[in-house]
Write a protein that binds this ligand. Structure first.
Ligand code: GDP
Length: 327
């Protein structure tokens, strides 16, 4: 087992901005070993009062939309023009299936990765979405305590992971391609509704005109959605990571959004709701774990689940019977 430190040592290291200890603390929150989890809870308790002071931005879009190129360009822009300290985290539950992993490839975001004011952490591999989401949320808090004031959480725009990311960020940015068609991009209406901003990527060369048309089209589509409790109207812009254009308006949208929602109380309210969401999420996870790990359930599982697959017992009755085994 790799070396472990005391909770005080982890917390002091994270708070002083020590990157090695930050990485080790993230490894700890990603661990499923019960002893590591107890240690992680103790570290989080010390770190929590120092977390929360960042802008958390979720970034999503289908593979190939240009997420990593965009994050590299936009990240460098924030470091150079605004003196920000940026942490980039990723959620990629699909990596279990494909064997690949977003951010896993070391050649991605090369200049950002080499910058002392940026910290890049790939998605943990081999975990369920629920597990990845929980550890990513705790990693956000650790990065904040370590002094990072902008946090990007990158996710692939397919499946459930963007819903989880939406529940842990302040601002949700959807990257889209011009002329690819919504269906091709796997973009469901629900994802567009979550977006606080849409950026049409690769708006350069011959793609400049299609990008502007897509901008008008999506802005029109967004107007059909009614304003949410934030009172923010989602914006659509175009950008090119290659030519480093259109980056400033995206940052302006984010800062204006934060200003508006901090003034009207929504920012704080939403973070409180997110805390509750993660409380419920953790309870669900722990209940499920305890249920399946209970010796009485484990002893009967094979028999009862077999009866269900054979159609001899209804799933509902079987669940009630298994629950009946618990004290
Ligand atoms: P991801 O899968 O969403 O992370 O996408 P990548 O960042 O890996 O980019 C996918 C492809 O699009 C790569 O071949 C990039 O070179 C290309 N690409 C990314 N950004 C731009 C851009 O701003 N302009 C152009 N023309 N191509 C881009």
């Amino acid at each position: 087992m790799p070396k472990r430190f005391t909770p005080d040592a982890y917390a002091a290291g994270v708070l002083s901005g020590n990157r090695v200890l930050l990485s080790r603390a993230i490894t700890l929150v990603e661990s499923t070993l019960p002893s590591d989890q107890a240690l992680a809870h103790a570290v989080m308790e010390q770190v929590l009062p120092h977390a929360g002071k960042s802008v958390r931005v979720g970034i999503t879009g289908v593979p190939g939309v240009g997420k990593s190129t965009f994050i590299e360009a936009f990240g460098n822009y924030l470091l150079e023009q605004h003196g920000k300290k940026l942490a980039v985290l990723a959620i990629d539950p699909t990596s279990q299936r494909t064997g690949g992993s977003i951010l896993g490839d070391k050649t991605r975001m090369e200049t950002l990765a080499a910058d002392p004011n940026a910290y890049i952490r790939p998605s943990p591999a081999g975990k369920t979405l629920g597990g990845v989401a929980r550890s990513t949320r705790e990693s956000i808090l650790l990065c904040e305590a370590a002094g990072f004031d902008v946090i990007f959480v990158e996710t692939v725009g397919v499946g459930q992971s963007e819903t989880a990311v939406h529940e842990m960020v302040d601002f949700f940015l959807l990257l889209m391609l011009a002329g690819a068609g919504d269906e091709l991009q796997g973009i469901k209406k629900g994802i567009m509704e979550m977006a606080d901003a849409i950026a049409i990527t690769k708006a350069d060369g011959a793609n400049l005109h299609p990008a502007s048309s897509a901008q008008a089209e999506y802005q029109g589509a967004l107007h059909l959605f009614s304003l949410g409790a934030s009172t923010w109207s989602p914006r659509v812009s175009v950008c090119s990571a290659n030519e480093k254009t259109g980056l400033a308006p995206i940052w302006e949208s984010i800062t204006e959004y934060v200003q508006l929602t901090q003034q009207n109380g929504y920012f704080h309210q939403r973070r409180q709701e997110q805390h509750l969401h993660w409380l419920r999420h953790s309870i669900r996870q722990q209940l499920e774990e305890r249920f399946y790990q209970h010796p009485a359930v484990q002893a009967q599982w094979e028999t009862i689940s077999g009866q269900v697959t054979q159609g001899q017992k209804s799933p509902f009755a079987a669940a009630a019977e298994l629950f009946g085994l618990l004290p």
